[in-house]
Design a binder for this molecule. Structure first.
Ligand SMILES: [Zn+2]
Length: 93
């Protein structure tokens, strides 16, 4: 009943191959609309993405530095919520 004959194996392989080709064709048609990027273009896009992420992190660090508050008594800077050496407590953001 579950005997695996050569014809069954070949038929299964043929069906898999046909489905594979069908999906390849569908994928090719879908990608023709949005001009398929070359490997060089993909590498450039990836590099730009990395640069964008790094600059975003740098801006975030700059933003954190800008949150420092000047003490109205002695003029030194402290993070919100911290207490200055002169006793002034910086209000928390
Ligand atoms: Zn102070």
């Amino acid at each position: 009943m579950f005997g695996l004959s050569l014809s069954k194996i070949l038929l299964t392989a043929l069906v898999i191959w046909l489905v594979w080709m069908l999906f390849k064709r569908i994928g090719g048609v879908a990608r023709q609309g949005a001009a398929r990027p070359s490997p060089a273009e993909r590498a450039r896009a990836a590099a730009e993405e990395v640069t964008r992420r790094q600059s975003a992190e740098t801006e975030k660090a700059a933003g954190a530095a800008l949150e420092l508050q000047a003490c109205p008594t002695c003029g030194s800077y402290g993070t919100p919520g911290s207490t200055c050496h002169c006793g002034y407590k910086h209000p928390s953001a």
